[in-house]
Design a protein around this ligand. Structure first.
Ligand SMILES: [Zn+2]
Length: 187
């Protein structure tokens, strides 16, 4: 794979995994533990930068959702009054026979859904940022996607974030196990 195809001392052609030259017995230099450690650090840096994308995606919808959720919860009476007296909604309200209490319950539910979605999204981002508890981060990301009442937007962003976390985690795990076993062989 690497450049070490010939013996440094006598020029003998070496097989790919040879540790010693078959002709003169010189040790074939492999990668040093430092080189492998360095590669590990690079992989970690790469993964961190990918996870930052997942964090950004989740925060893009989580923060507005948090604001909407708080607004729906704090200003609920005002919002329901506005909805119930809105002339453009009058026909709709009459047709479905929506009462004030039903509208109130719906806005309350929507507010809670926004809050749950945003809190899960933000917690998931924090875990990604700290590179901790990936499986918890993934579960929170899913909850965040499906409670986002704004539907498709949160679903899309959440799904994308989910994919980034999962693929980063998988790739990183596989790669670091590979490097770990290489280290074990060298040491
Ligand atoms: Zn040799």
């Amino acid at each position: 794979m690497d450049s070490q195809n010939f013996c440094e001392k006598c020029g003998q052609l070496l097989s790919e995994n040879a540790k010693f030259c078959p002709a003169c017995g010189t040790r074939v230099p492999g990668r040093s533990p430092e080189q492998v450690e360095e590669e590990k650090a690079q992989v970690r840096t790469f993964m961190t930068s990918r996870l930052k994308w997942a964090v950004a995606l989740m925060l893009i919808y989580s923060i507005p959702f948090l604001i909407i959720g708080i607004w729906f919860t704090v200003d609920i009476d005002n919002i329901v009054n506005t909805l119930m007296t809105d002339p453009s909604l009058a026909d709709y309200i009459e047709y479905y026979g929506i009462t004030y209490d039903e509208a109130h319950a719906y806005v309350q539910y929507a507010g809670i859904a926004y809050l749950v979605s945003s809190v899960c999204g933000i917690l998931s981002s924090v875990l990604c940022w700290k590179r901790k508890l990936y499986w918890v981060a993934l579960i929170l990301c899913i909850i965040s996607m499906f409670t986002g009442v704004a539907g498709l937007f949160a679903l899309f962003m959440g799904l994308f974030a989910f994919w980034i976390i999962l693929s980063s985690k998988m790739a990183f795990q596989e790669y670091s196990e590979q490097l770990e076993s290489e280290l074990e062989k060298i040491r």
